[in-house]
Design a protein around this ligand. Sequence first.
Ligand SMILES: NC(=O)c1ccc[n+]([C@@H]2O[C@H](COP(=O)([O-])OP(=O)(O)OC[C@H]3O[C@@H](n4cnc5c(N)ncnc54)[C@H](O)[C@@H]3O)[C@@H](O)[C@H]2O)c1
Length: 294
Amino acid sequence: MDPRKMLNFEGKTVLVTGGGVGIGRGIADAFYAAGATVVIAEIDPERAAAVREALPNAVVVECDVLKRGAPRALAKVVEETSGKLDVLVNNVGHFVHALPFDMLSEDQIDEIVDVNLGQVLRMTHGLLPMLRAAAPGASIINITSIEAYRGVPYCTVYAAGKTGVSGFTKALALELAPEGIRINDIAPETTDTPQVAIDIMIPPENRVNEDKWIPLGRFGKPSDCAGAALYLASPMAEWVTGTAIHVDGGALAAAGWTRTPTGEWTVVPMVTGNGLVIPGAFPGDEALTEKLAE
Ligand SMILES: NC(=O)c1ccc[n+]([C@@H]2O[C@H](COP(=O)([O-])OP(=O)(O)OC[C@H]3O[C@@H](n4cnc5c(N)ncnc54)[C@H](O)[C@@H]3O)[C@@H](O)[C@H]2O)c1
């Protein structure tokens, strides 16, 4: 097929959950620009209004995808809009409560699992008939996280939910492959969005070495995930299912490796001085403190 036509989504219908801002919005914008009929499910009325204004031909549904009945309602909208769904983008997700595991209540645990895993299962389940109507060639894209592939303190349940989605993706890929429906994940590293607002999370004095932390030299932008989504939904990826693209600037490959302010690679945490002689660091062990100070 002509590569120039492979990213043309005219005649295709794409549903993006949480498409009002952030990564979901970046993905919705990209499919819209590529000619798709875009349906957006967005809980926040102001964000829904903003995206309605920016993408006048999109169908913006103000709804909470966590609610039972939301998948059925969205399937009805898709049915009435075009009778089929070519691409489902399960983008909604949130760490919700960043706390040590034993400080979470049972209700908080359930909440985090539902936002990151439960609703993804229910949305996919409810939209499958519409995806089948577009098969072969339909596909599902789940936005997971780099935290599905490494440990993350204080976001244990979030990591479990995202890793759960990764298992779901692999298993469902097998079930749906004979019908020509593909399912893949996009796993982003820190991406500048309202949920992960980099200017607020990282004070300017700590950002001087940002270009050293991520191998490709910067944090993510929603358009980085949008590029991956266009590829995964396109015929370019027709032999790709049950897998994930790490949209992470090389962070997962780097694992603990980073660059020092002078540009050398190191896997040793960067410290000032020798990092050990902190007054009172070894209370009761004066001998050790003295030895380290030598
Ligand atoms: N931003 C990052 O650094 C990052 C990193 C890894 C993974 N992710 C994942 O990417 C996805 C998007 O993240 P983001 O940073 O763009 O988030 P965001 O919070 O900035 O945007 C999410 C959008 O979804 C909407 N939304 C939230 N709950 C909803 C619900 N129940 N029903 C309908 N709409 C709802 C919000 O109003 C918002 O418009 C999430 O799954 C997140 O876990 C983000």
